[in-house]
Every structure is written in C-alpha cells, then in structure tokens.
Design a protein around this ligand. Structure first.
Ligand code: HEM
Length: 383
C-alpha cells in the first residue's frame, strides 16, 4: 500500500507501463536520498525510461525534464552545475527579493472581492512563483500566461501532453536566449549567457538548467502556498494568532512541509548496482523513487505524526525539500514566497475561511506532485 509510510520497499506502477521501486519510511527515505549507489545520471535514466516506454509500445521521446541539469547528474558534474547558479539562491539573495515579492503578493490579493469565494490557487498560489522566477530569469511579463499553460502541460504525468509542451518551451527559450544575448539585462539568464561564462556551460546544459529552474520552483511553491492556506485556515483562532504575530509563520510552514508536503515523491533515481534496504534487494538498473510525503508522517520519527500541529518543534526535520546533494536549491526562495503570501493573507484577512469543508477540496491528480486543484476561500473584511 503506497499510502503507508511503513510499507518499506516495494514496486508500483508510476504511470501506465512504467514500474518503479519506491523507498518509504523516514530513515530509509533519508538514507536513500543521500545514497551514492542511487544514480541520477541523465544518460542512464534516459536509457532505462525509454526502455520502459518501448516495452509498452509507447512513444519513446522524453520531455525536456530529462536533460543534463544538476538534478540529473552525479558527483563532480552535479557540483559544477549547481555551483554555477547557487549564489542566486542564497538566503542573502532571497532576502533582497523580499520587498519585491511582498509587492507582488499585495498586487494579487488586494483587488480580490472579499465577500464571495475566490480560488486562491488561481489568484495567488499559482501566479506568485511564476512571476518571481520569471523576474529572476528575465522572462518578460507579457509571456507569463503562455508559459503558465505550457508548464502545466509539462508537469502532466502523461507523455502525450508533456512532450509537445516541452518542445514548445524549448523553442520559447531558444528565442529568449537570442533576445537576451542581443540585449542583456540584470537577470540570471543574461549572466549565464555572458561570454565570460560560455566555456563553463555547454548549450545543452544551459537549456537544461534554465528549464529546470523554470519548472522546479512553480508547482512546488504553488502547492506549498495552497497546502499551507488549507491547513492553517482549519483553525480560525490559530489563523487570527498568525495574523497578529507573523513570527509564528515559519514554524507553521515547516509543519505544512512535513504534514502535507508539496512534492509526493522525489524525482527519479536508478540503481547503479544492486542495493539492499531492510532485507529487500533492488536489482541494478531499476528506477527508484523516494516517498517524501508519507515518510515525513512516519510515527517512528515524529510524535503524533498524523496530527497537524503548527507549533511542532521538530517539524523542520521533514523531507519535503529532499535531503543530501540534491537538497532543494530553491528552499530559501520557496519558503520566502510562501511566508510572504501567508503573512499578508493572515494579517489583512483575519476572518478568511474555506468556502467548502477542507475534506471536500479536490486534490491534483499526479504521482509526483501533491496539492489542490482549487482553493475556494471567502477572504472576509480587509483590515
Ligand atoms: C530539488 C522540493 C521550490 C529549485 C528539489 C527536491 C525537492 C524539492 C524535494 C529534491 C528532488 C530529489 O532529490 O529528487 C521543493 C519544494 C519547493 C521547492 C517543496 C516549494 C517551495 C523550489 C524553487 C526553486 C527550486 C522555488 C527555484 C527555482 C530546485 C532545484 C533542485 C531542487 C534547482 C535540484 C537541486 C539539485 O539537484 O542539486 N526541490 N522545491 N525548488 N529544487 Fe526545489
């Protein structure tokens, strides 16, 4: 049963015809995320995935996510590619973006009606991270709606939707690179395209890196914001306390990452050699996914693990941002975006409430992502 964190090590069908191994349970998951015998090398992953697709007679073209960026590299190659952009995502850099992000949040929320339900996924959780990453990368505002549709399709589990979207996104970025080369700006993309950097990144690596940065921070942050609003609105007293004291928000957010993590499982890894966990041997050449969501609900690691407790002291030990060398590069940025959204909402809308019972909200249909399709909320009087 994939929903059980103690289910250990087992096989499941990820998408039709693609069988993968799942590693679950807090200790095992944490160990697997840092285990060098589980490779993320893009060449190996591509070979295995196309093999799976060919075996079921499906189109073997993979989406642009299977490209040579840091998330699909091991060892020194990983370190090199991560090092090229990591300075852009440090806490200090993220702090400098805070006023701009607060402005985007206010611009999205303040015009909304307060006495009828508004969908806060559509109105806030989705557009906020796109605007932030587009700003960082130097994507013009006018293109953001088009990119939104493409990314949505790209994240679909279905190859028939994500492959065409990935081709179109590739074309879009090719044009954008040309535009930024001709007219550089103060953005990350212009910095990566700078001739001084040219020998550090091949054209394929550049495309892959931009692709990764663009998609990695969207739906993940959207789900973090949405899941946070959903759980924190459950308790009206708690919500008002948060509005009065924004200092409560960081700990509450870690609990959201633990209790209802925006990413259900890690991205793909594969066994470079047979690997044994808890008495079960996964043969070489198998795809392994690490269960993040329910591993953070493991009762052997967290007391009352199935209770949402925004004051929990050790929530930050969750695996919501992964662990080990591929620990989320965007964690400071994702946290800051979510805190900006939450604190603005709680402060200015202390009487906000879910327009339908939390249990009736419709979840996304995705094996990897974990969030809500829509989040109808009545904001209540603005203060
Ligand atoms: C990696 C989650 C936001 C960029 C990861 C991983 C997780 C994760 C679980 C590890 C995947 C694995 O090991 O298989 C999240 C969550 C976010 C978030 C829950 C919600 C706020 C962002 C943002 C960015 C970003 C805003 C910035 C653009 C990345 C990158 C990696 C990564 C570049 C790959 C790091 C590497 O391979 O070294 N993220 N992420 N993420 N994330 Fe995030």
């Amino acid at each position: 049963d994939p929903a059980r964190p103690d289910a250990g090590v087992y096989r499941m069908e990820l998408v039709s015809g693609v069988r993968v191994w799942v590693v679950a349970g807090y200790d095992r998951a944490r160990a697997a995320l840092a285990d060098p015998r589980l490779s993320k090398d893009v060449t190996g992953l591509t070979r295995i995935m196309t093999g799976h697709l060919a075996a079921i007679g499906a189109d073997t073209e993979l989406s642009g996510m299977y490209s040579p960026h840091m998330l699909f590299q091991d060892g020194v190659e990983h370190t090199r590619l991560r090092g090229l952009v990591s300075t852009e995502f440090t806490r200090a850099r993220v702090d400098a973006l805070r006023p701009r992000v607060a402005g985007i949040v206010a611009g999205l929320l303040d015009p909304l009606p307060v006495d009828e339900p508004v969908d806060l996924v559509d109105a806030l959780a989705y557009p906020l991270p796109i605007r932030v990453i587009c700003d960082l990368l130097g994507v013009p505002d006018a293109d953001q709606d088009r990119l939104r549709g493409l990314t949505e399709a790209l994240m679909d589990d279905d190859n028939a939707r994500n492959v065409p979207a990935s081709r179109e996104l590739h074309g879009y970025f090719t044009d954008l690179f040309a535009a930024r080369r001709a007219e550089p700006g103060p953005d990350l993309l212009s910095a990566l395209l700078d001739p001084a950097n040219a020998d550090r990144l091949t054209p394929d690596e550049l495309m892959a890196t931009v692709f990764l940065l663009f998609v990695a921070g969207h739906e993940t942050s959207t789900n973090l914001i949405g899941n946070a609003i959903r759980w924190l609105l459950e308790d009206p007293d708690r919500w008002r306390a948060l509005g009065a004291d924004p200092g409560l928000a960081p700990r509450a957010l870690e609990e959201v990452l633990r209790f209802d993590s925006p990413v259900r499982m890690s991205t793909h890894r594969f066994t470079a050699e047979p690997v044994e966990y808890g008495g079960i041997t996964i043969p070489a050449g198998e795809i392994v996914m690490v269960w993040l969501h329910d591993s953070s609900r493991d009762g052997s690691r967290f007391t009352d693990a199935d209770q949402f407790d925004p004051d929990r002291r050790d929530a930050a030990a969750h695996l919501g941002f992964g662990h080990g060398p591929h620990y989320c590069l965007g964690a400071p940025l994702g946290r800051m975006e979510a805190l900006a959204a939450l604190t603005h909402l709680a402060r200015h809308h202390p009487h906000a409430r879910l327009a339908v019972p939390g249990g009736d909200l419709v979840r996304q249909q995705s094996a990897i992502m974990n969030g809500y399709r829509a989040l109808p909320v009545v904001l209540g009087p603005r203060v």
